[in-house]
Design a protein around this ligand. Structure first.
Ligand code: NAG
Ligand code: NAG
Length: 234
């Protein structure tokens, strides 16, 4: 049997644990004023480098680690995709004129999309769904016409996670504002340009529909969201 002084300590320990839990709760739920729904997600910086832990298991794929370089002023976006336990990374280089080069060290595919890149304010007009603890971060959650669920950290405005209509879940592991990749890394290799290896595809006409800005953003979003899955089936 425990000596009496230890029995006396037990309620104190429970009290301390409860106080710690309350303090933790208070940290994740700051009071009133910040509970006013924010109008829109923080626009993307014009240039950033993010490392994305990507989970494609709900869309028929596996896990990927992706270096994402978004470079709006230069009209380009790059996914450097590493599949789990695979040595040869896949590059997905997307240009604002609609051309995407998807290549590894041996093969290349050129896809022509009828749409450009996502603009930095592509989340404007998204529907606010409230606050949620996701990946351990206190986040605001928005959705854009049920195509994307976008989680942004309340305290910093950084993106934490986005989930797409196609089942892809991306967790932001690092987010470096202003991070750029040197020009040479964007250059598609020679084997993209010799007829034998390169396969060119044009994305079908039903995607060409662009009656207004909103439609363009949605089509750009489809282009953005499908790149990791395309590379997985590569
Ligand atoms: C990937 O997503 C699936 C489906 O949501 C989930 O069950 C699984 O735990 C996830 N895997 C990892 C490593 O996050
Ligand atoms: C789009 O731009 C890239 C990079 O400059 C270029 O390689 C590609 O040929 C262009 N595509 C078209 C259709 O002009």
């Amino acid at each position: 049997m425990a000596p009496p002084h230890q029995l006396l300590l037990l309620p104190l320990l429970l009290l301390a644990a409860a106080a710690a839990a309350a303090a933790a709760h208070a940290r994740t739920r700051p009071p009133s004023t910040t509970d006013v729904p924010p109008r829109a997600p923080t626009p993307w910086p014009e240039q950033f480098h993010a490392v994305m832990f990507t989970n494609l298991t709900e869309s028929g794929g596996r896990l990927q680690l992706i270096d994402l370089y978004y470079d709006w002023p230069r009209g380009r976006n790059l996914n450097l995709i590493r599949d789990q336990l695979s040595g040869d990374p896949t590059y997905d280089v997307e240009w604002t004129n609609g051309t995407s080069f998807i290549f590894d060290s041996a093969t290349c595919r050129i896809i022509r999309f009828p749409v450009g890149l996502l603009p930095p304010d592509w989340l404007a007009g998204a529907t606010y769904l409230g606050r949620e603890l996701v990946d351990g971060f206190d986040c605001h959650l928005w959705t854009k016409v049920d195509f994307v669920w976008y989680y942004e950290e309340v305290a910093t405005g950084r993106p934490v996670r986005w989930n797409f209509f196609n089942g892809m879940q991306q967790h932001v592991m690092s987010f470096e504002v202003g991070g750029v990749l040197e020009d040479s890394e964007w250059q598609a290799p020679a084997h993209c340009f010799n007829g034998n290896n390169a396969a060119a595809t044009s994305v079908a006409g039903d995607r060409v529909d662009s009656k207004g800005g909103r439609v363009d953003v949605m089509n750009s979003l489809i282009r953005f969201a499908e790149a990791p899955a395309v590379s997985a089936s590569f």
